[in-house]
Design a protein around this ligand. Sequence first.
Ligand code: SF4
Length: 378
Amino acid sequence: MAMSESDGVRMHADERPWYLYVHVPFCRRACSYCDFYFVTSQRHKARFTAAAVREMGMRSGGRAASLYFGGGTPSRLAVDDIHRLVAAAQKNFDFFPGAEITLEANPEDVDCPEAWKAAGINRVSLGVQSLYDDELRFMHRFHAGTQARQALEAVARVFDNYTFDLIYATPGLDDDAWRRTLDTLLAPKPPHFSAYALTVEPRTRLGKEVERGKILPPDDEKFVRQFDILMDAAAKYGYEHYETSNFAQAGFRAVHNSAYWRGERYWGFGPSAHSYDGERYRCANVARLDDYLVAIENGTLAVGFEETLSDADLHNEYVMTRLRTAEGISLSEYVRRFRRSLSLEGLTPGLTEVVDDCLRLSRAGKAFADAVAASLFV
Ligand code: SF4
């Protein structure tokens, strides 16, 4: 459905902050496990930047608490383009002082992180994934392990606030190698990191290889074991395990992603990016760069999907996101929000605990966050 530029004001009714996301779809190559929207052609970067700047103008107004460049690979953009996008966001939204402005980057693109800082970035999220070359080859990543370490050191020299991603429970990663990875990377106490168990999505290269029997499907026991190793290492180096896959030193929780888990409102710019009004309305831009560019260049929003969340959707998403956080579900806030008590009948004993007013996952339950949440769904 095509929307005009003036339709873009429909979500500006109050003064709650916006959390802004820009989806930069360009990647150097396709990683085997990746299910995000991306293109490997590097054409149209300038057109994309111009379109995203224009799209921000269509949705301007209100205060902003964060700006997050995700993808895709935002570090594929020229520094000038990054600067133009940051400046456009700051022109169209009133940023809180010190608002978090994150750039996702791949190790092979870290040449001059100082230039990103000068362009307005104050936090970098580095796609390390592994320090082992054979693991990185399995994932079809472009970089090597030494490059990841050098990139992390370069980022740490320039940014006080940075994070990196890791992937574990892959077929080739044994427990000792995973322990060594964590010891190596966490000993210097970087401010934040995220660790994700490998998941197999059907439309990916990895999904097809599993389907053909060339690669074994994920091993649940290995996942539970390596998740345990992860929690131990994080505790050893002083990290707060504040969301199932996210770990922070004091004061370094991710502002932008935490907003998603609290159900705050956000604008998404760029192909496939989602927007949400913090209540019931959610939409997504078309997940095709050409269609996105043509729509924006013609002065219309590029919304390809809209939905109104039902009571059940709101409930299930609330339960799912809150349960993954260290705070868990406040039972009194739940009553205020849903006008009834949360039924705990379907819960498996031992996987959760009620501390003060909050239902939280126990240590044993943390590996099963999504299954426990599903047992509370309506
Ligand atoms: S994992 Fe990141 S770099 Fe790899 S294809 Fe997906 S978006 Fe691109």
